[in-house]
Structure formats: structure tokens, C-alpha cells
Design a protein around this ligand. Structure first.
Ligand code: C2E
Ligand code: CA
Ligand code: CA
Ligand code: CA
Length: 278
């Protein structure tokens, strides 16, 4: 934890967030915000490239701050991850996501829900058991939940993280490697943990139809992931040519502004049931 803390402070020093007093304030405020239910989840669809159907929704947390308006995760996640607040936050997100998933299922769409978890969550002993308890509490079949873990998190406390992933996979919860391609230990990790999905980072996707180097990288990631039995989702798909390139290259699913920005879930249900907006 000490090491990661130092790295985060360097990263966030530029915008002044490294000020420790500020961090303590954010942490205290965030605890209160969770108690007062000020967090909200927006959802972004994962779209199957084969037929353009939605086949899952990713939950992305925001903070509806009473004074500062709707805050993106970059404003509060780093502070949460430095402290036990991340455990409260992830617990809140999981509960809300499972409740929302039951909501859209009852309206006829059984889309699985994907929840982002931090390295610190996976490193906490007993995390997989907490997840199993929440699934039971909500009556959610484990295959309707997917946890997204960044590639760099996987590289952290590798042993504990791998143990948690094995446990989760053991009772049927899928784990996706998020932001794939930006770390440098990718290949070894995919072999040693039972990952069900690889999400290619936006960095490689944005100009994919015009950048031969990114094309080479993405082609080999798709081949590698499929070879290991993982499905592949590309994030940050903003244009039709990129989507077409991905479909032609065998990528399974895409996410990005081309399809939808993250929004509250009833909005997606409406779009999906009424695609022409009539
Ligand atoms: P991520 O998991 O890689 O999520 C994708 C981010 O890219 C989201 O930003 C999303 O709004 C944005 N995005 C989606 N499509 C496009 C696109 O076509 N173009 C561009 N330019 N951006 C796009 P957001 O919501 O600000 O989330 C940022 C990060 O915060 C997430 O990155 C994830 O790592 C983290 N995060 C979000 N929600 C949670 C959460 O509940 N728990 C944890 N631990 N982390 C979360
Ligand atoms: Ca994610
Ligand atoms: Ca991602
Ligand atoms: Ca990303």
C-alpha cells in the first residue's frame, strides 16, 4: 500500500489533489456521501459486434455532490483508494448494481452487470466471500455479474489478487482485465488467472481504423485472448469505421460514445426497446 500511495501522490500532484488535508476531507465527505446515498450509477452498454445487440451494462460511479454537482470518479476515487473508504464504496456500488440488474431483468432484459473493483478490494482477504453473500442476498445468478479489474491492479499484490480471482471464478463470477495493453505483464497474468474477458484500453482503439501500429497490437490481443478462451471488448469506440474494423477483426463487443454515453439504466432500456426514438 505504501508504494502505491507514493505513486498516486506523484500522479495527482499536478492538480493539487496530493494535498493530504484535502484527501482527508474528501475521505470524510465521501463516507458521509455514501451514508446519505449521494452516489449514483450510470451505465454504459457493451454492444455485441456480431448483431449490434446489447449484451451487458457496465456500472460507472458518480457523486451527486450537493454543492459541486455531478462529480466523475477521477475526483474522488484516488482518495477513496488510499483508505478504507474504497471498501464502503465498492460495497455500495455492488449492492446498487445488483439491485438495478434485478430491475432491468424484471422488465425483460437479463443483461449481466459489470462492476469495476479496485486492487485494494481484491487484496482484502474475504472479498470473494462478500461478493458471494451479496449475490445470495439479491438472488442474482453469479453469471449475471462481471468484475472489471485493471491490468495494473492485477500486477499489484499478485498472489492475493490471483487467489481472489480464482475464488470468484470458482463460484461463477467472471473477471475482466480492464485497460488491457497499458501494463507490461499482460501475457503472464492472463495465463495464471482464470480471466473471462479482456477489455482493450481506449488508447489503442480511438484511431484504430487509421493507425497501423494499433491495428497490429489489437489484432494480436484478440488472437491471444481468444486463444486463452477470453472474450474481447474494445472500449472507447467513438466512430463507425472503428466499429467496422473491430467487427471485421473478430472482436466480440464494443463500448463507447458511438453507442451510448454512460446514462441511468431506464434510459438504455428505452433506447433498446425503441431504437429509433419514435
Ligand atoms: P474505465 O473502467 O476504463 O471506464 C471507461 C471510462 O471511459 C469511463 O469514464 C467512461 O465514461 C469513459 N468512456 C466510455 N466511452 C468512451 C468513449 O467513447 N470515449 C471517451 N473519451 N471516453 C469514454 P468514467 O466514468 O469517468 O470512469 C473512469 C474510471 O473510473 C473507470 O475507467 C474506472 O476505472 C473507474 N471507475 C468508475 N466507476 C467505478 C467504480 O464503481 N469503482 C471503481 N473501483 N472504479 C470505478
Ligand atoms: Ca471498466
Ligand atoms: Ca476500461
Ligand atoms: Ca480505460
Amino acid at each position: 500500500q505504501g508504494k502505491r500511495g507514493a505513486a498516486d501522490i506523484v500522479l495527482y500532484a499536478e492538480d493539487g489533489v496530493a494535498n493530504p488535508t484535502h484527501w482527508l476531507t474528501v475521505q470524510a465527505e465521501l463516507r458521509r456521501a455514501i451514508e446519505r446515498d449521494e452516489l449514483v450509477l450510470h451505465y454504459q452498454p457493451k454492444v455485441r459486434l456480431r448483431d449490434d445487440e446489447i449484451d451487458g451494462l457496465e456500472a460507472l460511479v458518480r457523486w451527486q455532490h450537493p454543492q459541486r454537482g455531478l462529480l466523475p470518479p477521477s475526483e474522488f476515487l484516488p482518495a477513496a483508494e488510499q483508505s478504507g473508504v474504497i471498501e464502503l464504496l465498492t460495497g455500495w456500488v455492488l449492492r446498487r448494481a445488483l439491485t438495478d440488474q434485478a430491475g432491468w431483468t424484471s422488465l425483460g432484459q437479463s443483461w449481466p452487470v459489470a462492476v469495476n473493483v479496485s486492487a485494494r478490494n481484491l487484496e482484502t482477504p474475504g472479498f470473494a466471500r462478500v461478493v458471494a453473500g451479496l449475490l445470495a442476498e439479491h438472488g442474482t445468478p453469479p453469471e449475471r455479474l462481471l468484475l472489471e479489474v485493471t491490468e495494473t491492479a492485477m500486477a499489484g499484490d499478485a498472489e492475493n489478487v490471483a487467489r481472489a480471482v480464482v475464488e470468484l471464478a470458482g463460484f461463477g463470477v467472471g473477471v475482466a482485465v480492464d485497460d488491457f495493453g497499458i501494463g507490461y505483464t499482460s501475457l503472464a497474468q492472463l495465463r495464471s488467472v482464470p480471466v473471462s474477458e479482456v477489455k482493450i484500453d481506449r488508447l489503442f482503439v480511438t484511431d484504430l481504423d487509421r493507425d497501423p501500429q494499433n491495428q497490429a497490437i489489437v489484432r494480436s490481443v484478440i488472437e491471444l485472448a481468444h486463444g486463452l478462451g477470453c472474450r474481447v471488448t474494445a472500449e472507447g469506440v467513438e466512430t463507425a469505421p472503428v466499429s467496422a474494423w473491430l467487427a471485421a477483426s473478430g472482436c466480440d463487443a464494443a463500448q463507447g460514445y458511438l453507442y451510448s454515453r454512460p446514462v441511468v439504466w431506464p434510459h438504455l432500456l428505452e433506447m433498446f426497446l425503441n431504437p429509433r426514438g419514435t
